[in-house]
Design a protein around this ligand. Structure first.
Ligand SMILES: [Zn+2]
Length: 406
């Protein structure tokens, strides 16, 4: 009978002796490894159920891979080796305690949400990394989250007893329950004294003080409902430590106090925006000046000013602007190169009054950059990863232009 599971009566029992009732196998996992399905009597391993992950540990020094509930509702321990007879069982107590902190913390927070705002919990999922609670409401603002956190933590700080018991119908009727039981026999009620009664088959701490802290770390809205992420106890401490380190490191790199970070980041971002704008304006002015000078100095070949130029550091837009500025003059053909961090760019363009084919020139030159791109007779552009090939590409472009001019 389900009630025989030892964790129902003592969630801190992590060492026990058992008889192997059955050991079926070997079965084959996806990776080809064999596994055995073991039933124990008595059993204290928690199988994955009710949103809580299964226990880990050892059976006679064999690692527990998983613990599941079969179709008959019996607990099956999955092992990588066969076992028989009397066995010594050990549950990973740190993992169990962590899951108990999260699960009991969730009960208290769910009860707080319902007491304060009438928001019902409609989903709960607990994993090794996170714990989420789904609320039957379409939005939860930060101040509500704070209030629910405060109420939940006040129950933690009061350190009241948490009890679990199987109840008969008469006893069940005496409880004011937060939610309706999903089963109609062997109903187990988990009570946080004076605060919450909830049907649940999970493992829980024995006093609320063991939870340490309840912290909501994220509020998401999806499909018209609210999902919150919650961290309790050791997980909340680890998260606090990590965030503190991140804040301290960010503050150190800015040479400010961590408490000033929020205001300083806002100031730095607006400064950065201003600087970008100024830099853009200065680059445009410089490019205009450079292009005018280069055009003036360029010699004519059969009446056409042929300009082949490496414009240095810059992206495709920069090279394009440069080329367009040059060919805004009449009878001008230009091949402009520029280099980004991992790409070299080439733009070939000619004035509207010329019949040259910029696309053909570009195609002849871009192979030197091992690149790609394209365009039309008036302008073609592209880039390639061979940064060292830019000089050769420009030389190719020059030759192709001169050939077309004849
Ligand atoms: Zn529960």
């Amino acid at each position: 009978m389900a009630k025989d599971r030892l964790y129902y009566h003592d969630s801190k029992l992590c060492e026990f002796e058992a008889d192997v009732i059955s050991c079926e196998g070997p079965f084959e996992k996806e990776d080809g490894a064999g596994f055995w399905k073991v039933k124990l009597s008595p059993n204290a391993f928690y199988p994955e159920s009710g949103g809580q992950p299964s226990d880990r540990g050892k059976v006679d020094d064999v690692d527990v891979i998983d613990v599941i509930e079969d179709e008959q509702g019996e607990v099956v321990v999955i092992l990588g080796q066969e076992v028989a007879g009397k066995v010594s069982c050990l549950i990973d107590s740190a993992r169990r305690f962590d899951l108990m902190q999260q699960h009991t913390g969730q009960h208290i927070l769910s009860a707080a949400m319902e007491r304060l705002f009438g928001y019902e919990t409609i989903g709960f999922h607990l994993s090794e990394e996170y714990c989420t609670v789904d609320l039957d409401v379409d939005r939860l603002d930060e101040s509500q989250a704070d209030q629910a956190e405060d109420l939940a933590n006040s129950i933690v700080f009061l350190d009241v007893p948490v009890r679990a018991e199987f109840v008969d119908d008469a006893k069940l009727a005496s409880y004011e329950l937060r939610k309706v039981p999903k089963v109609d026999s062997d109903i187990r009620i988990v009570s946080v004294e004076g605060f919450d009664n909830c049907p649940c088959g999970g493992t829980h701490v024995s006093r609320t003080g063991e939870i340490g802290l309840v912290k909501i770390t994220r509020i998401d809205r999806a499909k018209g409902k609210v999902r919150i992420e919650v961290l309790c106890g050791g997980r909340a401490l680890a998260d606090y430590r990590r965030k503190n380190k991140q804040l301290a490191s960010a503050a150190t790199s800015l040479s400010i106090h961590p408490m000033e970070l929020e205001s300083q980041v806002g100031r730095i971002l607006s400064q950065l925006k201003e600087s970008k704008k100024s830099l853009q304006e200065a680059s445009t002015r410089l490019m205009e000046y450079d292009s005018a000078r280069i055009w003036d100095e360029a010699e004519r070949v059969s009446g056409v000013k042929v300009i082949v130029y490496d414009a240095g550091q810059g992206g495709m837009d920069f090279a394009k602007q440069f080329a367009l500025k040059l060919v805004s003059n009449p009878s001008t053909a230009a091949a402009i190169g520029a280099s980004g961090p991992d790409t070299a760019y080439l733009v070939v363009a000619r004035s509207q009054d010329l019949g040259l084919d910029a696309s053909a020139v570009f195609k002849a030159a871009i192979t030197s950059l091992e690149g790609k791109g394209g365009g039309n007779k008036a302008m073609a552009q592209g880039g390639g990863a061979k940064l060292g090939g830019l000089a050769a590409a420009l030389e190719e472009a020059k030759m192709a232009l001169l050939e077309q001019i004849g």
